[in-house]
Ligand binder design. Structure first.
Ligand SMILES: Nc1ncnc2c1ncn2[C@@H]1O[C@H](COP(=O)(O)OP(=O)(O)OP(=O)(O)O)[C@@H](O)[C@H]1O
Ligand SMILES: [Mg+2]
Length: 281
C-alpha cells in the first residue's frame, strides 16, 4: 500500500483554486421535528481535506449525505463546482462530481472484492459493460490497482461476505478510488481498522486529494487522526459548527469543549475515560 506523502495539488484551471469551489451555505436539515443541522455554512477549495468531528448525533452523517446529494437540505444550499448535487439527475455526471463511502458500507456481500470495487465505474460504463464485468473472467484493471492501494493486492476474487469488517471497509475505499469523483465524501472511513491501518488509509486519502486535486470531507472518530492528517477540522456539536479551524490551530481545550457532555441544560464537563485519551494532543 502506498503511504507516500502528498505533493501540492496542481490545477489545470485557475478558477478551480477558488476558496469556495465547494460551498455549504446556511444548511439546515430536519428529520421531522428533530433538527439535525442548524444553519451550517463553510466552504472548501480544490484539494483541501476537511475532517468532521463531534459526538455521536452531532450531525456528521447528515451533513456528509447532504454534501453527497443523498439528502436535500430543508433550507440552504450546497454547491460543488457550481452544481447542487441533490439536483443532478444524470447518474454519470453525479458519479464524476461526488462519491460517498457510507458509515454502513453498502457493499454487495455475495460478490467478489473486485466486482464490488468495479461498482465505482457504474455510471461511467454502459449497462452492457457493467453486466459483462460480472460474467467475464477476472482481468487486471483499475479495481485490482485500487485494491492493491488499500492493501488488498491479490484478494480481488474473494467474496466480500468472507472478508473481515476492516477488509470490507478497504473494499469500500477501493470502490471510491475507482470512481475517482472530484469531491470525496467519507463517513467514518477507518472506523473498524486497527490504528496503523487507519493511519495508512487516511494518508492514502490525503495523497489522492493532493495528487489529483480532490476535495475530501470525512467524519473521523479519533480527533488525533483528524488533526494529524487533515488540512482543516470542523467540530460539530448539537447540529451546529462549534469550530472550523486549520488542523494545527485545534487545541485540547477545543476538543474538551466539543466532547463535553450536556447534563440537561447544564454542561457537567465530565469526560469519560474512553474519551479523555483522545484529547492527548
Ligand atoms: N433517519 C433518521 N430519522 C430521524 N432522525 C435521525 C435520522 N438519522 C439521524 N437522525 C438524528 O439526527 C441527528 C444527527 O444524526 P447523524 O447520524 O447525522 O449524527 P452523527 O454525528 O453522524 O452521529 P454518529 O457519530 O453516531 O454517527 C441525531 O439526533 C440523530 O438521532
Ligand atoms: Mg454518523
Amino acid at each position: 500500500m502506498s503511504t507516500t506523502e502528498p505533493t501540492t495539488a496542481t490545477s489545470p484551471d485557475a478558477a478551480n483554486h477558488e476558496a469556495d469551489i465547494c460551498k455549504i451555505d446556511g444548511v439546515t436539515f430536519n428529520y421531522g421535528n428533530r433538527v439535525a443541522l442548524n444553519d451550517v455554512s463553510f466552504s472548501a477549495s480544490r484539494g483541501q481535506t476537511i475532517a468532521l468531528i463531534g459526538q455521536s448525533g452531532a450531525g456528521k452523517t447528515t451533513l456528509l449525505r447532504i454534501i453527497a446529494g443523498m439528502l436535500t437540505p430543508t433550507s440552504g444550499t450546497v454547491s460543488l463546482y457550481g452544481e447542487q448535487p441533490s439536483e443532478i439527475r444524470d447518474a454519470s455526471r453525479r458519479t464524476r462530481l461526488v462519491g460517498m463511502m457510507q458509515q454502513r458500507l453498502d457493499l454487495v456481500p455475495q460478490l467478489s472484492a473486485r466486482h464490488n470495487a468495479e461498482a465505482g465505474m457504474l455510471g461511467r460504463w454502459s449497462l452492457w459493460r457493467s453486466l459483462a464485468g460480472l460474467a467475464l473472467p477476472l482481468k487486471h484493471g483499475p479495481a485490482e490497482d485500487a485494491l492493491a492501494r488499500v492493501g488488498l493486492a491479490g484478494r480481488g476474487t474473494e467474496r466480500v461476505s468472507k472478508l473481515s469488517g476492516g477488509e470490507q471497509q478497504r473494499v469500500a475505499m477501493a470502490r471510491l478510488l475507482v470512481q475517482d469523483p472530484e469531491v470525496i465524501v467519507a463517513d467514518e472511513p477507518v472506523a473498524s481498522l486497527d490504528p496503523d491501518l487507519a493511519n495508512e488509509l487516511i494518508v492514502l486519502l490525503k495523497s489522492i486529494a493532493k495528487e489529483r486535486g480532490r476535495t475530501v470531507f470525512a467524519s473521523v472518530h479519533d480527533p488525533r487522526l483528524a488533526i494529524a492528517h487533515f488540512d482543516r477540522v470542523i467540530g460539530l456539536r448539537e447540529s451546529d459548527v462549534q469550530f472550523d479551524l486549520a488542523a494545527d490551530e485545534v487545541t485540547s481545550e477545543h476538543l474538551q469543549s466539543l466532547y463535553e457532555r450536556f447534563n440537561g441544560a447544564e454542561r457537567d464537563g465530565a469526560a469519560t475515560e474512553m474519551e479523555r485519551p483522545l484529547w492527548g494532543i
